[in-house]
Design a protein around this ligand. Sequence first.
Ligand code: NAD
Length: 280
Amino acid sequence: MFDLSGKVAIVTGGAQGVGGGISRVLAQGGAKVLISDIDIDMARYTADQISKDSGIVECIKTDVTSYDDLRRMVEVAMGHWGQLDILVNNAYAAAEGQQGGALEVTEDRWESDIRALVTSVYAGSKYAIPLMMEAGGGSIVNISSVHGFLVAKKALTYETGKAAVIAMTKQMAVDYGPNAIRVNAICPGHIVTERIMENVWKNNPSGLKFFEDQYPVRRTGIPEDIGNAAAFLCSDEASFITGHALPVDGGLTIQLQENFGVQQVHYYMDNLDTQMPYKR
Ligand SMILES: NC(=O)c1ccc[n+]([C@@H]2O[C@H](COP(=O)([O-])OP(=O)(O)OC[C@H]3O[C@@H](n4cnc5c(N)ncnc54)[C@H](O)[C@@H]3O)[C@@H](O)[C@H]2O)c1
């Protein structure tokens, strides 16, 4: 476990899923954590669980597509603890309905998806960086995806958004490195969250087994896998690491496709996209 005691962290979308894992692990490391989430009831539930485990945690209702909410989020962290050291830009929820390629994606869908995927990361960081400068430095972790490297069919906005998050990570790392602010991205493989388990795999264990078998480590991820990577990147042990996009994917993206395993996964996911209420 990495020592984050004395640090103040914000985790957007920190109530559940990947963000829930990040909130829990950062708190276990001793960070004071502000869970920022649009679902305030779930945020309170997760905060209660963390408190019972002796973590120091608060929560705030935030919609990361709102500039005002993001401004208020950093002010609230400052109000509680007087400093800000860590921001994890994690929140994202897919809009209802299919995405598609350039021909299918409507102009409105493009604007709203890019706002949720990209603008939220820009704005959260924009408001957090001056406070980190005041604190003498800090660490930003942006949650991208293996979809920032590899492209599934007809998923224009998600793939574009997650690649943009990697580009933004490098840009901010270069720009604010001199201020002792490190910026890294994590690119998760398939993480079985509460929501994905409920919506996709609960009634399809053989589908999950098929999926797991495509991974070199023969398992999919859990939210704590991403939490552990985030804790490392925010720790002093990672003080010489900035501007990187770290795949945390059980080896998925380094596997040669000679047996077409990855294509099979994408084929499977395409079918899920059309047949099930699956949100990537
Ligand atoms: N689960 C995976 O397999 C996976 C893989 C790669 C990347 N990711 C990325 O991880 C991040 C989290 O995904 P997840 O699978 O944990 O999702 P999730 O749906 O399980 O959790 C998302 C959390 O974000 C919150 N949220 C949604 N919209 C929000 C908004 N506008 N403002 C504030 N909070 C909001 C939700 O209430 C929820 O608590 C996303 O950036 C996603 O792209 C997930």
